[in-house]
Design a protein around this ligand. Structure first.
Ligand code: PLP
Length: 376
């Protein structure tokens, strides 16, 4: 079976984990963690960033930093992972879901304005498949209404809008290094801070609500419990593994883009004949080859395609189930239908795309997709 995902390993991961062990400091915020911070701050231009144990944790830090109060409203897409939503629900916020574009899973910037009320505190965007939401429009709208913008950039490493890295547009952002993402350390994440007002408090939340970071910089003569917090920082073992991946970031990205382009070229004729739709790269966006998906005409066709691919030895998978119809949240949703979101929940399928995918396997994936449509 051709795996849907195999976590990228580029060669130096074990050696760097070994080095971390040799330094006799395995807990968080050591040399590898600091090296990862510097890498992202220099490459992307964050005011400050902090490695976290997951993107989920980084999103929970965002919700804490925004100081959400019960009944504050947060606008976000329904077509997303549960962590985008959970982080804010944990703080008592009410979710207001915006629909996707008709032809793209990302939320529609135009759909946001009618959802803003006096209780709205933040807009959370998700850059699906590393493809940008219309950040210029969204930031302008947020500024006009005095709202915060959080970017769930879990999938958006090395992807940009108008030439600017995703995750550097909003006040705060969250990235994932889960094994399914382009670069990984098993489980891991990053909080990106672009608004300097959040820097000092973020460090405190990160270190269990203490001012330990400031203490170790010599900025205070003792450290103690000063705020809410949790254990959001990852161990040096994870940071060492991640550092090996960061050194090979371009190699990983080049490989993923080659696979993405191959699928695009090979499957374009099927799309031209109307069998399916291929990913649409939004205007002014540069994507990062995180996901290659097809959109089928209906749920039955998608189910049949996934079954056919499995029979041909190819593991393909669908993606998000609309959060507004989820068992957990449907009773709290305001009842508005979100048909585009439901469409992608029913009709989108993702093909295998990872660093270790051979050319023979790519050809087999394409042949399996073609045989579904052309020999039926
Ligand atoms: C992967 C993902 C997350 C969660 O990331 P973790 O690091 O596993 O917590 C959140 N949001 C989106 C959009 C994701 O793709």
């Amino acid at each position: 079976m051709i795996a849907f995902n195999v976590p990228a390993v580029t060669g130096h991961e074990l050696a760097y984990v070994q080095k971390a062990i040799g330094k006799h400091k395995l807990s968080g915020n050591g040399e590898y963690t600091k090296a990862c911070h510097r890498f992202f701050e220099e490459r992307y231009g964050f005011t400050k960033c902090l490695l976290t144990t997951s993107c989920t944790d980084a999103l929970e830090m965002c919700a804490l930093l925004l100081d959400l109060q019960p009944d504050d409203e947060v606008i976000m897409p329904s077509y997303t992972f549960v962590s985008t939503a959970n982080a804010f629900v944990l703080r008592g916020a009410k979710l207001v879901f915006a629909d996707s574009h008709e032809n793209h899973p990302n939320l529609q910037a135009e759909a946001i304005a009618p959802l803003i009320t006096p209780r709205t505190k933040a807009i959370v965007v998700v850059h699906y498949a590393g493809m940008a939401c219309a950040m210029d429009q969204i930031m302008a709208l947020a500024e006009q209404h005095g709202l915060y913008v959080v970017e769930d950039a879990a999938q958006a490493i090395e992807a940009s809008y108008q030439g600017r890295q995703l995750g550097t547009w909003g006040h705060l952002s969250a990235f994932s290094f889960h094994e399914t993402k382009n670069i990984n350390c098993g489980e891991g994440g990053l909080l990106g801070i672009n608004d300097p007002r959040f820097v000092a408090r973020a460090e405190i939340l990160w270190e269990k609500g203490t001012n330990r970071s400031a203490f170790f910089r010599g900025e205070t003569d003792k450290y103690g419990w000063v705020d809410l917090g949790s254990s959001f920082l990852p161990s040096e073992l994870n940071a060492a593994f991640l550092w090996a991946q960061l050194e090979q970031l371009d190699t990983i990205q080049n490989k993923r883009h080659a696979v993405w382009q191959y699928y695009w070229q090979a499957l374009s004729p099927l799309a031209a004949q109307g069998y399916c739709q291929l990913p649409l790269v939004p205007p002014h966006a540069t994507h990062n080859a995180h996901i290659f998906y097809l959109v089928l005409p209906d749920l039955d066709t998608r189910t049949a395609l996934i079954r056919h691919l499995a029979q041909q030895g190819v593991h393909a998978t669908f993606h998000y189930l609309s959060l507004h119809t989820s068992q957990f949240y449907r009773d709290q949703h305001d009842g508005r239908p979100l048909p585009h979101c439901d469409h992608f929940s029913d009709c989108l399928v993702r093909l295998p795309l990872h660093f270790h995918l051979s050319e023979a396997d790519q050809a087999q994936v394409v042949a399996a997709v073609q045989s579904f449509f052309l020999s039926a």
